[in-house]
Design a protein around this ligand. Structure first.
Ligand code: AHG
Ligand code: MN
Ligand code: MN
Length: 342
């Protein structure tokens, strides 16, 4: 008799979340349910990204600008709606912040108020949408300051430092769709199987190589950078003494640039403009870009600092859309950068 071929054991994200929940005595399941709502919305966005340009009029920009004065793309708005609709009524959040909304998004009346807050960049890499280049979503979850409170959450609940995140992660809509997250124990990656509509565990324990040969920065801005950053970049490109220069790779979507460097090793820099008034504090937003990526980086053995050398996870956010400089990547590379900081 023919035996049934052995099937490789595949763990879905839903299974993984249940197993993880079982390891925490007394866990209420609230956090697991919150993640499930996030995952559901991410599948809706992934579906739309995959067929952008085909059936729907989803490419291109809208006539609107967001709170930061940036033109909103149609897909920015679509993703923002998909995540908001799913998350604000899920019963596990007390407040939600999104790149696309100036103020916090309250929980609609009649819906349960939970003990978590989420800050989200619904669509990261907007400038790449129309050109079929990888884009992403970034999220950061904190527990509210008074976990037992049933009152609506406030801005204070969201303005907590990155080191206090309960979970952070991103979704990359690339050659495949992947969800990478950490709850503070390790970094795990799941790949969306489009035929099942399920994220399956594909990267059980992601570690960033201790060093790496890739550097990622928008060098078009190099003349605006401070001297320390300019000196560091000149150093890693130098061939003095037979040194091999690093390899430049820059996509312009933080999620995709970070994901590549997480797998291959390297460093990503978004410094501030010291000679123009465009981004005096850097471009990336602390709450929903820098802090969640820094959390993943550290959990994977990497580091994340500002151009002044401060640890990103120690920064105390002062406002929802505050910007920061970001230097993030393999430990040895970030340490080398720090040796250039006065
Ligand atoms: P968003 O699309 O969410 O506004 O973020 C864009 C960010 C980030 O993804 C990327 O690293 C950076 O902007 C790219 O900026 P430049 O085009 O200035 O290089
Ligand atoms: Mn972004
Ligand atoms: Mn965005």
């Amino acid at each position: 008799m023919n035996s049934i071929p052995k099937q490789k054991k595949q763990i879905s994200l839903s299974q993984f979340i249940i197993e993880e929940q079982l390891k925490i005595p007394g866990a209420s399941g609230e956090f697991s349910a919150l993640l499930n709502h996030l995952v559901y919305a991410s599948k809706i966005v992934a579906r739309e990204v995959r067929k952008a340009g085909l059936l729907h009029d989803i490419l291109g920009s809208t006539d609107e600008t967001n709170v930061q004065g940036e033109t909103q793309m149609k897909l920015d708005q679509y993703a923002d709606n998909a995540f908001n609709q799913s998350l604000k009524i899920c019963g596990h959040l007390c407040a939600l912040a999104s790149e696309e909304h100036e103020e916090i998004i309250p929980i609609p009346s009649g819906y349960a108020i939970g003990k978590y807050t989420m800050a989200i960049d619904p669509l990261d890499g907007s400038s790449n949408i129309d050109t079929n280049v990888s884009i992403g979503t970034i999220f950061s979850i904190h527990q509210r300051l008074e976990p037992s409170s049933k009152a609506p959450g406030t801005e204070k609940d969201l303005l907590q430092k990155g080191s206090l995140q309960r979970c952070a992660g991103y979704i990359i809509y690339g050659s495949s769709t992947m969800l990478v997250l950490s709850t503070g124990k390790s970094v795990v990656g799941f790949t969306l199987d489009p035929s099942l509509g399920e994220f399956l565990l594909s990267h059980p324990d992601m570690k960033m190589p201790d060093s790496g040969s890739i550097y990622s920065a928008n060098e078009g801005n190099a003349s605006y950078w401070g001297k320390e950053v300019q000196d560091y970049i000149a150093h890693i490109k130098s061939i003095e003494g037979g040194k091999k220069p690093k390899t430049g790779r820059y996509i312009g979507s933080l999620v995709a640039d970070f994901h590549r460097n997480l797998l291959k090793g390297g460093i990503f820099l978004y410094p501030n403009d010291t000679k123009s008034s465009k981004y005096p504090n850097g471009k990336l937003r602390l709450l929903y870009e820098a802090a969640p990526m820094a959390y993943i980086a550290e959990q994977a053995g990497g580091m994340a600092v500002t151009v002044k050398g401060e640890r990103i996870l120690d920064l105390e956010p002062k406002s929802l859309h505050e910007r920061t400089t970001l230097v993030i990547g393999s430990k040895q590379e970030v340490l080398e950068f720090l040796s250039f900081v006065k």
